[in-house]
Design a protein around this ligand. Structure first.
Ligand code: BGC
Length: 783
């Protein structure tokens, strides 16, 4: 559920340290002594935020366990503050408070090489803080009386990493502070779950190279940082470099980080062993290389993942080990990329809140982790970032809103901007969050008007150039196979028009939930116009769709864009489009999540299984077979011969293709939310039995409790077991004919949906399809 922290009438002032020398300079700090007499307050609450990142200490002890505070939002529009109970940190008499500040997202580099920006949301670091007693007496506040100094952090940045000089004595506060103008109306009590550390990983292997540098493999790609203990002389250095992969000779390969240095540089204090982990940065890596200077010796090193989402709510296990690893890879890609904003990747000079990636992954995200507060808060950023003409930025927070000189027009792509209706709808399905729909509804309408305006009509014709108004990524990274004989790929017009239709139908449903019937019928009739126009423009009389590629069929079939009389023909062409690619994937970012659900809808479960389980490239399990521990950005990131497809444009931790996990929960396990009774009050269970995956065991913890579903197959006989939480109801059905059906041992018929009250149930049935499949298998073996 959403955090509801109290909002306060601030008396504090935003103050900036005089010792702040600008971006890339040593991290400054603010400090103040204050005295408490006549007994300590029973309760004392610190309210605090900053421009830049902050870490606060009272009497030498760190406040709270949150990291990268105050988080990442479009700071000039929305700035979160945190609230901490600090009573246990205070003492009678003189107290010392210190606030360290760092560049963070506010002003360290954002965006890649040619587009790189600094000072994106501001060029001044500052802090705003006050401590209040239970009866609201202000015990301390930031104001002109504070002092400033510098910390041992010589430099820090989100992409850069951190340089820390432990020889630098903190504590000399000789500078003054400047009071900085602040618009208090942008402040809000933090809504998302804070970023924290997760369980650390120990090394699984390590080796030294000829130069004596130590490479450590932690066995898991992730986002976070290392913590190490070193003993050396004063000034000896530890340099830690990070990488997601190794080159053929076992050296780290981080060419894909591009301009993100992603290093830790630590200078020893000298003498006793000293332990360090960075304060204001994180990296995406599995391997580190440690270089020591002087007499420095490494005594210990661990890898510490961090994430905003820590409550795992989904588990899926089946009889296919590669699939289980794929699910684990998706979990890790979510953790790594749900750090303050849902980002594309955590390693290179991007790490941005790409809206399309978040849109396709939303459903999976909500199964795997409790993502409610995180996504809800980010949606408020999306709404705040919408342009006056209704376009949604490609990335939120949008770094180029204030300075678009290098990257004009980073807004308005169909499939990406569609996050504005897909995400609130997902929050409705999973968390029954009506307010999320209510809040985003006007923005959805404005988005639809924007998309319509690209070409003034139901067929959307996006321009080709990124810098032009209405540019669309289409089906980004859709594989086209060999250059000699490329596979068909969808055109941007078909992709954008399908997405306009999805936007209209989704928003129609949302208007209905919100009781706006007049809106709903207007939206519906517009949707009908688009559907008819799509059929005229993109469906032939014989049922070929779009560009005769997998994405066109998958999206059109899944979203009911095919006229009834052409459905059988379209299904046939769809199957053909998959055969033509040798049963490998021919879809990119927006087509992929639709592919398997569309095959199931088209009555092709065997083909869905074959496509899902094939291990060659492009395919989900290829990367797993190649040893991936998170989801890759590109199907062919590392080729069969271990060469790298495009060293610069590659990420090994990109959750988008992990969106297939939604299909595992909904279709394979049969745990699906219901739009009329959302939040899993009704669970629609229509499992698709794919014997190659059996036995399947899945669970999802929703706010009503734990939902479990499992099945196994013996011959043509299926046993499906479910556990429905209190206050919920299961609706079981099958999309194909079954015989010999028993519910909790009693014969029953499946002419209607079986209603399952809360508690455990067992449903047994025979599927003639499995018999046929077994016979076909036998015959193939014999011949
Ligand atoms: C990002 C994506 C994103 C895409 C859109 C890439 O650089 O990493 O995941 O959606 O650009 O073009």
């Amino acid at each position: 559920m959403m955090n509801t922290l109290p909002s306060i009438n601030w008396t504090a002032l935003m103050i900036g340290p005089e010792t702040d020398s600008g971006v890339g300079a040593p991290a400054p700090a603010l400090a103040r002594e204050f005295s408490l007499s006549g007994g300590l307050p029973a309760e004392a609450t610190l309210y605090i935020t900053a421009w830049g990142l902050y870490c606060c200490f009272i009497n030498g002890r760190r406040v709270g366990e949150d990291i990268l505070t105050p988080g990442w939002t479009p700071y000039d529009l929305r700035l979160a503050y945190q609230t901490y109970d600090v009573s246990a940190l205070l003492q009678e008499g003189t107290n010392h408070i210190e606030i360290w500040l760092a560049d963070g997202w506010l002003r360290s580099q954002m965006m890649w090489k040619d587009a790189a920006l600094t000072n994106t949301w501001g060029d001044r670091l500052g802090a705003l803080a006050e401590i209040r007693s239970a009866d609201d007496e202000v015990l301390l506040k930031t104001d002109a009386s504070w002092l400033s100094g510098v910390t041992p952090i010589r430099r820090s940045g989100i992409y850069f990493g951190e340089h820390y000089d432990a020889g630098q004595k903190p504590g000399a506060f000789a500078g003054s502070v400047n009071v900085l103008p602040l618009d208090y109306s942008v402040l809000f009590a933090q809504e998302t779950t804070p970023v924290r550390e997760l369980e650390p990983f120990e090394a699984v292997a390590s080796w030294e190279d000829a130069d004596g540098r130590l490479t450590v493999d932690f066995g898991q790609n992730l986002a976070g940082y290392v913590s190490f203990t070193v003993q050396g002389d004063a000034g000896d250095e530890v340099l830690v470099e990070h990488a997601e992969i190794l080159g053929p000779d076992g050296t780290i390969d981080n060419r894909n980080f591009r301009t993100a240095e992603a290093i830790l540089r630590y200078q020893c204090r000298g003498g006793e062993p000293e332990t360090y982990r960075p304060w204001f940065t994180f990296m995406g890596y599995r391997y580190v290389r440690v270089t020591l200077s002087g007499r420095a010796r490494l005594q210990a090193i661990q890898s510490i993942p961090i994430s905003s989402v820590r409550e795992q709510t989904g588990h899926f296990e089946c009889g296919h080990p590669l699939v289980n690893q794929l699910v684990s890879n998706t979990l890790w890609s979510q953790r790594s990329n749900f750090i303050e904003a849902p980002t594309d990747c955590p390693q290179r000079d991007e790490r941005l809140g790409w809206t399309g990636d978040a849109q396709v992954f939303a459903g999976t995200a909500c199964y795997l982790h409790n993502s409610h507060a995180f996504l809800r808060s980010w949606m408020r950023d999306v709404i705040a970032e919408q342009t006056d003409e209704g376009a949604i930025p490609h990335v939120v927070p949008n770094p180029v809103r204030r300075d678009g000189s290098r990257m004009p027009n980073m807004v308005g792509s169909t499939g990406w901007g569609d996050v504005i209706h897909v995400m609130p709808w997902t929050l409705w399905l999973h968390y029954a969050d009506r307010a999320a729909l209510e809040e985003a509804y006007p923005a959805m309408q404005r988005w639809i008007d924007f998309v319509w305006s690209i070409s003034e009509g139901p067929i959307v014709r996006p321009p080709r150039e990124w810098s032009e108004r209405g540019f669309s990524f289409g089906d980004w990274l859709q594989p086209s196979g060999s250059t000699e004989k490329p596979n068909a790929t969808i055109g941007d017009d078909a992709a954008a028009t399908i997405y306009l239709y999805i936007a209209l139908t989704n928003t129609t449903r949302i208007a209905e939930v919100l009781d706006r019937q007049a809106d709903a019928s207007a939206l519906k009739s517009r949707a009908d116009d688009v559907r008819q126009a799509f059929a005229r423009e993109f469906i032939t009389a014989s049922g070929r769709i779009g560009y005769n590629d997998q994405t066109s069929y998958a999206l059109a079939i899944l979203h009911d864009l095919v006229p009834p009389e052409l459905r059988a023909a379209a299904r046939h062409y769809f199957v053909e489009s998959i055969r033509r690619t040798g049963k490998t994937i021919g879809t990119g970012f927006i087509g992929t999540p639709a592919l398997l659900p569309a095959l199931i809808k088209a009555g092709e479960p065997e083909l869905a299984a074959e496509l899902f389980l094939q291990e060659s490239v492009p395919g989900w399990l290829y990367q797993v077979r190649k040893g991936a521990t998170t989801i890759w950005e590109r199907w062919d990131a590392i080729r069969e011969d271990d060469s790298i497809f495009e060293p610069d444009m590659n990420s090994y931790n990109h959750y988008a293709y992990g969106a297939v996990c939604q299909w595992l929960f909904e279709s394979v396990a049969g745990i699906c939310p219901d739009a009329d009774q959302p939040g899993f009050r009704v669970i629609n269970m229509q499992p698709v039995i794919l014997p190659e995956l059996g036995p399947v065991k899945a669970s999802h913890r929703c706010h009503l409790g734990q939902i479990s579903a499992s099945w196994n197959v013996a011959g043509d006989r299926v046993t499906y077991e479910v556990d429905i939480p209190a206050s919920a109801e299961g609706c079981f059905s099958l999309a194909e004919s079954a015989t010999d059906i028993r519910l909790n041992g009693q014969p029953t018929s499946l002419s209607e949906v079986l209603s399952l009250p809360s508690g455990a149930h067992q449903i047994e049935f025979r599927l003639p399809r499995l018999n046929r499949a077994m016979q076909a298998h036998q015959t193939a073996k014999q011949s």
